[in-house]
Design a protein. Structure first.
Length: 192
């Protein structure tokens, strides 16, 4: 019950204050009135009297349709949740001897991951004697970092975990906003 009381606003007869600052149905300030006058105003408008700011002195109440207010709040939460995007970590595996054609295909996939706003985990797996030539793997990761510099930045620098060399790239969010702003300015200059 305590949960409901803290989340839900008090309406009509549940409001305990004796005097309230009343806001009318169209948003106009009515002023400080007794609770009976406020309830009567809500009844005449065929709407609810809703406690907006219970901590204020005097309590602020508004004449409005409570059902509509709850619906709008739920709709707003749903819209905000829909706009949220969870960032995923996509992984691409390489070998020290990855050929140029395979490298380009994997690089294209990494480009797609970063442009979609996901993080990219680059795993370089060493087998057998390849462990003796880890510098080849480090060179490959530096090449990947250089090729993807405009799309992402290194979030986790290359480090060895067992027989794997791992690097994590995060997408550049500033680049998108910067390029849009740069594109908008020349248009404004041309129009003027």
């Amino acid at each position: 019950m305590k949960k409901d009381g803290s989340k839900k606003a008090r309406i009509n007869d549940a409001i305990e204050a004796t005097t309230v600052r009343l806001i009318g149905a169209s948003g106009e300030q009515v002023g400080i009135v007794s609770i009976e006058e406020a309830r009567q105003a809500a009844l005449e408008a065929k709407l609810d009297l809703v406690e907006i700011a219970p901590d204020a002195d005097p309590v602020v109440c508004k004449v409005l349709d409570y059902g509509k207010m709850v619906f709008e709040a739920k709709k707003g939460k749903a819209a905000a949740k829909k706009k949220q995007r969870r960032m995923q970590v996509k992984e691409m595996k390489f070998r020290p001897g990855t050929d140029e054609g395979d490298y380009q295909v994997k690089l294209r996939n990494l480009t797609r991951f970063l442009s979609d706003g996901d993080k990219a985990k680059v795993t370089l797996r060493f087998r057998g004697r390849e462990m003796a030539h880890q510098e080849l793997g480090i060179e490959l990761l530096k090449r990947i970092e250089a090729d993807l510099a405009e799309l992402g930045t290194v979030e986790q620098f290359p480090k060895m975990e067992g027989r794997q060399l791992i690097m994590v790239l995060a997408p550049n969010t500033k680049k998108k906003g910067g390029s849009q702003a740069a594109n908008d300015e020349p248009e404004a200059v041309e129009e003027a």
